[in-house]
Design a protein around this ligand. Structure first.
Ligand SMILES: Cc1cc2nc3c(=O)[nH]c(=O)nc-3n(C[C@H](O)[C@H](O)[C@H](O)COP(=O)(O)OP(=O)(O)OC[C@H]3O[C@@H](n4cnc5c(N)ncnc54)[C@H](O)[C@@H]3O)c2cc1C
Length: 243
C-alpha cells in the first residue's frame, strides 16, 4: 500500500491549490473520481474574479489572492491569469436601498466602485429594460479569470514539487487506525495520517465516510437569484431575438 503524508480528495481548484501549497513540505497524493480534472464546479465557473462578492471573509480571501494571480511564481503559467472586465450589480426600483448599501459596502474593498443611475447602467448594457431598472453598482476591478491556467498551474506545480495525482479514483472508504487513514478508492488503496476533504458539493458524503459532520456551502441559491434578477430585467425584444 502506498503511503503519503497527506491525501487530498477532489481535483477541482480547491484540491489542486491545496496540493500545490502542501507538496513543498509533504508527500502528497490527490485523488479525483472523474477521468479528468475540472469536470465539475471548477470547469463550469463563470470565471470572474471579484473582490466585492460574498461575505467579508470571502472578500478578504479574494483580495489576498490577487497578488498571486497577477505575479505567480516563475513557470506557473504561460498566460495572464486575470484580465480586466468590470462588473455591474443591477437592481430594480424596490431594491434601491439594497443597491445603495451594496455600493457603500463594496467601496470599502474597491475604491473605484461607483453607484450608477438607470441611464448610466443601460448605456453600459443596452439589453436592460429601463422601466425595470433602478440602477447598478459598478465594480471596475472585476476581472476574467483564466480558470484553466490557474487550475492546471496548480496541478503542474504540485507534480513538479513531487506530488502525485490519480484520476478515476473515486473514494469509497475511509478507515482510521494506528495513527493513519486507510483510503480505499477505485484505483487502489492508499494511506496517510491527514486527509483533505476538497470534494466540493460532495464534501458531506466524504465527511460521512470518515464519520465527520460537515457544514456544506449554500452557494446554489445565490447563483440562481442572480440569474433570476438578470432575466427579469432583460428587454423582451432582446429575449425574443436571442432566445
Ligand atoms: C455556474 C457557476 C458559476 C461560478 N462562477 C464563479 C465565478 O465567476 N468566480 C468564482 O470565483 N467562482 C465561481 N463559481 C464557484 C467556483 O467555480 C467553485 O467555488 C469552485 O470551482 C469549487 O471548487 P472545488 O474544488 O471546491 O469543487 P469542484 O470543482 O466541484 O471539485 C470537487 C472535485 O471532487 C471530486 N470528488 C467528489 N467526490 C469524490 C470522491 N468520493 N472521490 C474522489 N473525488 C471526488 C469531484 O469529481 C470534483 O472534481 C461558480 C460556480 C458555478 C457552479
Amino acid at each position: 500500500m502506498e503511503r503519503y503524508d497527506v491525501i487530498i480528495v477532489g481535483g477541482g481548484i480547491a484540491g489542486a491549490s491545496a496540493g500545490f501549497a502542501l507538496a513543498d513540505a509533504a508527500k502528497v497524493l490527490l485523488i479525483e473520481r472523474e477521468s479528468q480534472f475540472g469536470f465539475h464546479s471548477t470547469g463550469r465557473s463563470a470565471a470572474v474574479f471579484l473582490q466585492t462578492h460574498g461575505p467579508d471573509v470571502i472578500r478578504a480571501l479574494a483580495i489576498a489572492s490577487k497578488p498571486f494571480f497577477l505575479h505567480p511564481p516563475d513557470g506557473f503559467t504561460e498566460f495572464p491569469m486575470l484580465k480586466p472586465r468590470g462588473m455591474l450589480f443591477i437592481g430594480r426600483h424596490d431594491q434601491i436601498a439594497e443597491l445603495d448599501r451594496t455600493a457603500d459596502e463594496c467601496a470599502r474593498f474597491v475604491s473605484g466602485v461607483r453607484r450608477l443611475d438607470t441611464r448610466e447602467t443601460s448605456a453600459m448594457v443596452s439589453v436592460l429594460r429601463e422601466d425595470r431598472l433602478a440602477g447598478a453598482v459598478f465594480d471596475p476591478e472585476a476581472m476574467d479569470i483564466d480558470v484553466h491556467s490557474v487550475h492546471y498551474g496548480f496541478l503542474r506545480g504540485m507534480r513538479a514539487r513531487g506530488g502525485k495525482t490519480v484520476t478515476d479514483a473515486e473514494l469509497l472508504g475511509l478507515q482510521y487506525g494506528g495513527g493513519s487513514w486507510t483510503v480505499t478508492t477505485r484505483a487502489g488503496t492508499f494511506a496517510a495520517p491527514v486527509i483533505v476533504n476538497a470534494a466540493g458539493a460532495w464534501c458531506d458524503e466524504v465527511a460521512a465516510l470518515a464519520a465527520v459532520i460537515c457544514r456544506s456551502w449554500k452557494s446554489k441559491s445565490s447563483i440562481l437569484k442572480q440569474c433570476e434578477i438578470f432575466s427579469t430585467a432583460v428587454r423582451p425584444d432582446h429575449r425574443e431575438e436571442n432566445g
